[in-house]
Design a protein around this ligand. Structure first.
Ligand code: AP5
Ligand code: MG
Length: 202
């Protein structure tokens, strides 16, 4: 199964993607994590993307496509993958569709996590305050820029995917992590698991 998560910064994409990927037994590919790891390791990629990420801007489309194509070439992606944070612009989505089509593949589900800006600001401010080693882009100056970038450059993707049959699933991202996860499972036709929550392994 091939799944894409879309949502504003702080919507819970990372939280829910990690859980869904474990549940489905497919790799969780967070482009933000890949770039943050490159920055931490001081690689050439990390040096290019570090300042862009910290300020809340977007890394260039071509570079992102290279990063994703390289990761998808690994064997663990053969049976499917969950992309968290890519595509993030309409040009990325169009190029990615071509990439998939040339390999006779397609996306099964695009999950839009919907959370209002006011809640996002609260979540990211809390994370910035509470983390020992906070993310540079959670600083109070970068958060508004990330939100603007989402509304201007990423949200047009929703119209793009809405025109592709029944691929786009809109999920309310407000509520507990368990509640949102159950909504996500329902949205992709998996129903709500019946096991008691404390015995879940994902
Ligand atoms: P990326 O790492 O993708 O960051 P983001 O989307 O801006 O936001 P987050 O990762 O902070 O949010 P999230 O939705 O994953 O939420 P999370 O689960 O963490 O990208 C970072 C940067 O990399 C970009 O700005 C860009 O520069 C670059 N980049 C990456 N991909 C790119 C691409 N394709 N093209 C160009 N540039 C790219 O949760 C957030 C907080 O909320 C946490 O504290 C969490 O505990 C809490 N939380 C989660 N769920 C709930 C809930 N249900 N209720 C209450 N709190 C919750
Ligand atoms: Mg994330």
């Amino acid at each position: 199964m091939r799944i894409v998560f879309i949502g504003p910064p702080g919507a819970g994409k990372g939280t829910q993607s990690a859980r869904l990927a474990r549940y489905l037994g497919i790799p969780h590919l967070s482009t933000g994590e890949i770039l943050r790891n490159a920055k931490k390791a001081g690689t050439d990629l990390g040096k290019i993307v570090g300042p862009i990420m910290d300020s809340g801007g977007l890394v260039g489309d071509e570079l992102m496509l290279d990063v994703v194509a390289e990761r998808l070439a690994a064997d663990d992606c053969n049976a499917g993958f969950l992309l968290d944070g890519f595509p993030r612009t309409v040009p990325q989505a169009k190029a990615f569709d071509q990439f998939l089509a040339s390999r006779s593949m397609h996306i099964d589900h695009v999950i839009e996590l919907r959370v209002a800006d006011v809640e996002i600001i609260k979540r990211l401010e809390t994370r910035f305050r509470d983390m020992k080693d906070p993310r540079a882009d959670d600083n109070p100056e970068s958060i508004p820029r990330r939100l603007n970038v989402y509304h201007n450059e990423t949200s047009p993707l929703l119209g793009y995917y809405a025109r592709q049959g029944n691929v786009l699933k809109k999920v309310d991202g407000l509520g507990t992590v368990d509640t949102v996860f159950d909504r996500i499972l329902l949205s992709i036709g998996r129903g709500i698991p019946r096991a008691p929550r404390d015995t879940r392994h994902w």
